[in-house]
Ligand binder design. Sequence first.
Ligand code: HEM
Length: 234
Amino acid sequence: MANALLTTSLVKKYWMAGTGLFLCLFLIGHLAGNLQLLIPEADGARDQFNAYAYFMTHNPLVKILSWITYVSIIIHAIDGLILAYQNRQARPTKYVKNNTSRNSTWSSRNMGILGTVILAFIIIHMSNFWYTMHWGPIESYILEDKPVKDLYTVVMKFFTDPDMGLLFTVFYVLSMIAIAFHLYHGFQSAFQSFGLNHPEWNSIIKRTGYGFAILIPLLFAIIPIALHFKLITQ
Ligand code: HEM
């Protein structure tokens, strides 16, 4: 029985690590696409971003990758919540009493809470843009003989809205901070779950993880800030 439990929690760790690393790759791709929002409008940002969004929603290979992303988010979230719950059950004494905080980072002790905040962000975020792109009210226009949806204008209006734009910007920036803390522990933890914790590699993996955890959310956060405060020279 104990053996079976150990095996299932090990299997869960592999799934967490695999889906987590895949989602890191998704973040790189998503960031690269979204950075096009920082191109000045006079340089053709609207057409470029909308052509990109058209490609992302019509290319069969990208569609498969999108489905793998959705499934990964669901598996990662469910497994993460179960693991966080199991850890709590197995450890009734609080960390503070055990002085465990000296041996572990704040991020590693709060992965469940951080993950829940990020899941809430993803649900709200997908209803903001992804839902609108696929099923919501959105203008279309003809670009190179194709009817493309004007997702660029949806995103611009969202962050520059006179009433809600600032609140949305703050919400996005705070969510990126939660992602930074989650990645700070999650990136290296995924490699450990796969047993890749050779002393020689440990410091490289840790440093890469810390760099990733700072750089990616920072670049993401710059997008709503730049759009809201109109920092891009047209
Ligand atoms: C802060 C900057 C961000 C902006 C401006 C942004 C913008 C967008 C837009 C415009 C879409 C719709 C694209 C489409 O349906 O083709 C989208 C989809 C999505 N975003 Fe973001 N995003 C940001 C950050 C994030 C982050 C940090 C995550 C994950 C933690 C994320 C997760 C997703 C997911 C899962 C989708 C659906 C992708 C798909 O259908 O393949 N986004 N985002």
